[in-house]
Design a protein around this ligand. Structure first.
Ligand SMILES: C[S@@+](CC[C@H](N)C(=O)[O-])C[C@H]1O[C@@H](n2cnc3c(N)ncnc32)[C@H](O)[C@@H]1O
Length: 393
């Protein structure tokens, strides 16, 4: 575990879930720069920011900002990430910050009605930032402080234009250790355009039961404006699920906008579905997609969680999964591995995990190691669909 030393104090922080093999830090130079600016330790201008009234932290990755500030002022944290909020809760506890000092809100919950200080850790998704600024801007007043931080690779002209358009006049700081600050002055008289989120689009033909159906995408969801080509490939090869006798229990794991699970419900209205994602926006999207399309009487639950951690062992017949991929290879591997091990535990004997992935990711090696078998259901030049079956005991 690493120690995050700031003028606000020194904190022991980890990501969630903790992975002892990977010592990735739970903060970065953007968090440090923001905290230094708040304490008045930067060049421009070297005056501390008064943290009074309602202080909101948006987009804190693993709770570094929230943990550092909550020992000094009550904080409302708004996050889309279940994993990020689990990390925040664990980091607060580890560092002795009373739980009452922080209110954890998700991006889908109503924000505070008045915000005096808005601190933004610029999210990776510009769409999520756009949606959140739309939701939070009405709570700002002319004296609200709005301060954002991000790595230079995360702050583009389009990012600054969003602040300019939705909050008010905006400028940036110099880059320090590849991080940058954004200062925005709220202009309550500003006419804001309508929030374009959620975005809906019609699915193409030729993808089975969901062909031509409309999917709903809240901001920040994977492939929010078009169908992913890997997902499309899996939709064309979904297994039949209708079980003789009982209902088939199916999990759409890492559900995004819920298109895979909704396809199952349309093909087999008796299926019993669970949609899981670590993004609250994704879970909301899946629920909206399912409700708009599923046949009457179709059953589904919607869960923000970490892979299959909350699903009982030996309770599921089929898991469908298009695992997350990031630029950071180790993170990708860890997430896929957690999903596959979770599926191995949650599946009943004879239950199946169907995975679509880029060929080069080599998921078959992991699946064979875990399940003792792995069959290629379909392949094209870019993707493979793999099927692993749990042994019958
Ligand atoms: C490649 S996207 C697939 C989305 C959707 N199934 C589709 O095919 O369009 C992977 C999804 O996994 C989710 N995810 C990442 N880590 C997760 C975790 N630990 N638990 C649950 N979902 C996770 C991401 O938020 C993302 O929505």
């Amino acid at each position: 575990m690493n120690s995050f030393t700031t003028s606000w104090g020194a904190y022991r922080l980890t990501r969630f879930p903790e992975d002892p093999r990977e010592q990735l830090r739970a903060w970065d130079a953007a968090d440090e720069y923001l905290l230094r600016r708040l304490a008045g330790e930067t060049e421009e201008p070297a005056v501390p920011v008064a943290l009074s009234g309602t202080v909101v932290v948006l987009g804190d990755r693993w709770g570094a900002l929230t943990t550092a500030l909550a020992g000094h002022t009550p904080v409302v944290q708004i996050s889309d990430s279940y994993l990020g909020q689990r990390a925040t809760a664990a980091n607060l506890e580890r560092n002795g910050v009373p739980a009452g000092a922080v209110r954890l809100l998700t991006t889908t919950e109503p924000p505070p009605e008045r915000i005096d200080v808005l601190l933004v850790r610029v999210p990776k998704s510009l769409a999520l930032l756009e949606d959140q600024l739309h939701r939070l801007a009405p709570a700002l007043h002319p004296d609200s402080v709005v301060l954002a931080a991000g790595m230079v690779t995360e702050i583009h002209t389009s990012t600054l234009q969003l602040f300019e358009r939705l909050v008010g006049p905006t400028r940036t700081s110099l880059a320090v250790r590849k991080a940058r600050l954004v200062f925005s002055t709220p202009d309550p008289g500003q006419a804001r355009p309508a929030n374009p989120w959620p975005l809906r689009y019609a699915l193409p033909d030729g993808i089975g039961a969901v062909s031509g159906r409309t999917v709903t995408n809240f901001a920040g969801v994977f492939c929010a404006d078009r169908l992913d080509i890997g997902t499309r490939f899996l939709l064309q090869h979904l297994p039949p699920t209708a079980a003789a006798g009982g209902r088939t229990r199916v999990v759409d794991l890492g559900c995004g906008n819920g298109v895979l699970g909704t396809a199952v419900a349309l093909a087999d209205p008796r299926a019993d579905l669970l949609f899981v994602d670590e993004s609250h926006q994704a879970v909301a999207s899946a629920e909206a997609t399912f409700r708009a399309n599923a046949p009457a009487g179709a059953r589904a639950e919607f869960l923000a969680g970490d892979a299959l951690a909350a699903v009982p062992a030996d309770s599921v017949d089929l898991v469908l999964n298009n695992p997350p991929f990031h630029s950071h290879r180790a993170t990708t591997d860890a997430a896929a591995w957690r999903m596959f091990t979770g599926a191995r535990r949650a599946l009943r004997p004879g239950g199946e995990l169907w995975v679509v992935g880029n060929r080069h990711l080599g998921y078959h090696v992991k699946l064979r190691r875990l399940f003792g078998n792995c069959e290629t259901v379909a392949a094209n030049p870019k993707f493979v669909i793999l099927r692993a079956v749990t042994s019958r005991g």
